[in-house]
Ligand binder design. Sequence first.
Ligand code: ADP
Ligand code: MG
Length: 348
Amino acid sequence: MASDHLGILWRGNRDARNQATAENNRLRPVFEALAGLDVAAEPVVYSDEFVEEVRNQLQQLDGILVWVDPITDGQNRSRLDALLREVASTGVWVSAHPDVILKMGTKEVLFRTRDVGWGSDTHLYNTARELMEQLPSRLAAGPRVLKQSRGNGGIGVWKVEVQPGATVRVQHARDRDGVTEDLPLSEFIDRCEEYFSGTGCMVDQPFQPRIVDGMIRCYLTQDKVAGFAHQYPSHALPPETVLGLPAQKTMYGPAEPRFKALRASMESDWVPASQRLLNIETNSLPAVWDADFLYGPKNEHGEDTYVLCEINVSSVYPFPEEAVGQIAQTATTCMLQAKKTRVNLSTT
Ligand SMILES: Nc1ncnc2c1ncn2[C@@H]1O[C@H](COP(=O)(O)OP(=O)(O)O)[C@@H](O)[C@H]1O
Ligand SMILES: [Mg+2]
């Protein structure tokens, strides 16, 4: 077995796999930071088309950092996650482990941690029937945002607002074009049926009108804040139609003064409280993840408040330059720990 070998895994086709080097991909800074810590890292380009080949590669490694979205071009992670679980069960360190993604990277986390300081009035529907029974009274109090349990890029994220009659105005966050559609509530609920197939569910949060001020992404390595990003709405849209945001972000380091209060709340309160609720030890927290915040209403002192929009775990990219060193350091420490445990187990 090669010593202290880390794999960095992302999705790609045969050509991408054949051509990938540590230099010719977007995670090059991570490869470089690892090299600076004397850790040899290799690209692992994954596709469902060559699972066996990737399995053979992963079995030679001590740790794997993974960047794969839950849904890419209609492909999900079911085969990849099975493979990662299998490899992790032999003592290889995997970040993020699929079980940890399930606990913190799906929209249910918004419901499970709704009473943590970052939460809002959040509900969970397991069936279209529950949605039909409970949504109308909540809509009467104001616009809501409904989200399918697993997704990215605004797919299956809907702003819903009551209109006169039994009609609702809906807007899909995926489209980022401000376009809305009016339709009978029952028809909208029928459309949501697909989100409940299998173990699917929907989470319901209040719509936060301060989305017009953008979104704050807080990056973490395990339980430490590693940086921030601010993402702004498109100026081309009337403010009342803002929902999904363009991807462009302004990055900040972890010590950025304007986010001092958010960092303090995250590190000393919200992250530890969520770890207890979700039963995730610090060592199992991902080497890189983010919590996306919307501004809530200002508090009585006129200060900003923050409401959790979602947590991303599967494929956090881009991230601030300042985060790279922390990611590499954490990956190295965790991989070495896992390796030590494996060696100890095999000699006892
Ligand atoms: N409660 C909310 N209030 C206002 N806008 C929201 C709310 N929830 C989500 N959005 C908007 O919808 C987008 C997509 O929602 P998000 O929960 O981040 O799902 P995804 O996993 O698809 O990124 C967000 O980036 C944000 O612009
Ligand atoms: Mg999002």
